[in-house]
Write a protein that binds this ligand. Sequence first.
Ligand SMILES: Nc1ncnc2c1ncn2[C@@H]1O[C@H](COP(=O)(O)OP(=O)(O)O)[C@@H](O)[C@H]1O
Ligand SMILES: [Mg+2]
Length: 458
Amino acid sequence: MGGLRKLIRSTAFRLAAFYLLIFGVSSAGLLGLVYWRSAGFTAQQIDETIAAELQGLNERYRLLGIPGLRQVVAERSAKQSQSLYMLLNPEERPLAGNINGWPKTGVMPGGWMDFEYDLAVAGQTERRRARARKIDIAGGFRLLVGRDVQQRDELVSLIQSAFWWAGGGILAFGLVGGLLVTRSTLRRIDAMGAASQQIMAGDLSRRVPVNGSGDELDRLAASLNAMLDRIENLMTAVRQVSNNIAHDLRTPLNRLRARAEVTLMSEAEPEAYREALERTLQDADALLGTFNALLDIARLEGAADAGPSDIIDLSDIVADVTELYEPVAEDAGITLLAEAEPGAAMVIGDKRLLAQALANLIDNAIKYTPTGGAVRVGAITAGGHAELSIADNGPGVPEAERARIFDRFVRLEADRGKPGAGLGLSLVRAVAQMHNADITAADAAPGLRVTLRLPSAA
Ligand SMILES: Nc1ncnc2c1ncn2[C@@H]1O[C@H](COP(=O)(O)OP(=O)(O)O)[C@@H](O)[C@H]1O
Ligand SMILES: [Mg+2]
C-alpha cells in the first residue's frame, strides 16, 4: 500500500493526472457540444414546428369552423409523415386523426405531452415515442398536433451512452497509463537513490544505472556517473598523496629524533651537543622545505585561473638560470650548455615560476648525470609552440617510469641516496599546467630529455 501512496504522490503521476483532467474536461466539452447541437437543437425545432402547425390549424378553425378543421386534419392524417393529429368532439369521440386514441398522460404547462403510441408497420404494431401539444377549442372540442420522436430519442440515448463509455474509457486508460509510466520512472529514480546510498555507505566504485535510452533521466545518470568518476579519482589521489607524505616525512623525523636521543644518552662535551643541535636544525629546515614545496605545488594546482600574464623571452630565463647553476655544474664536473637565441621563444607567463621550474630541471640533470657528462638547455619556437628542453647524457629514466616521476614523492630506486624529496618535478608539472603547457620526459639516447611545450606568444 505504501508503494501505491508513493506512486500517487510522485510528480510523474500528478502530471499524468493533470493531463487526464484536462483531456477529460475537453472531451466532455466536445461531447456536450455535439449533444447540444444535435439532440437539443432538434428538440427545439420539433417544438417550434408543432407550435406553428397548431397555430395554422387554429386559424383554419376560425375561418371555417369545426367542419373545415376536421377536413384539414383528415387530409393531413392521411399523408404518410411523422406528424400526428387528433380532433375530439365534446363527447370525447375522435372526429379525425391518425393515432388510435387520445394519449393517457399528464399535460405539461403550455399543453405539451410526452407519450407512447402504437404505429402499424407492415401488419404489426410498434410502440413509439411521441411529443405533442393540445389546445381546447370553443364548445368542448380538443385538437392535438404532435411528432414521432422515436428516432430523436434513439440518437439522444446513443450520444448519452457514447458519453459514458468514452468517459469511462478515458478515465480507465488514463489511470492505468499514468500508473504504468509513473511506476517505471519511479523505479529508475529509486535505483538511482539506492546507488547513491551504497556510494555514501562507502562503495565508491558503484555507479548509477544507465539504460541507454538517452532520455533526460539517462542523461542525468550519465552526468552523475561522470561526476562520481571524477570524485573517485580525486579521492584516490588525495589518499595516495597523504600516504606518501606520511611515509616520506617519517624517515627524516625518525632520524632527527634518534640523533637527539643518542646525544642525550651519551653525556657528551658541550661541543658535541652544539654539533647535534646544528644538524637537528638542518634536518628541521629540510623538513620545512618539503612542507613549503608541498604547499607551493598545492597552491599552483589550485590556482588554475589566476594565470600569469607577462610576455617573456624564454632565452632570458635560460641565460639567467644556467648562469646561476654554472658553479654547481663546475663542481660536479659537468658541462652546462645554454642554446637559446634571444627572442627565439616568446611566451605569456610568470617569469619567477618558469625560472623555478627550469632550475628544478637543471638541478636534476646535474644531480643525476655522472661526472664528465653534459647538460644542454635550449629554447625554440616550433609549430606555434615555444619549446623549452633540458637534455643530459646520464642514465636517463626507464620508459615505464617516465610518466610517474612527475608525481609527488616519486624517486627512482637508484637515486634514493641522493638529496631530494621527490617534489621537484611535481612543482615543474604544476607550473606547466598553470601555463597550459605539455610536459614530456623522453629518451635523449643516452640520458633524459624533458620538454615543456607552451603556447607561443610570437
Ligand atoms: N635527469 C634525470 N636523470 C635521471 N633520473 C632523473 C632525472 N630527473 C629526475 N629523475 C628521477 O626522477 C625522480 C624525481 O625527480 P624530482 O621530482 O626532481 O625529485 P628529486 O630530485 O627530489 O629526487 C628523481 O628521484 C630521479 O629518480
Ligand atoms: Mg629534483
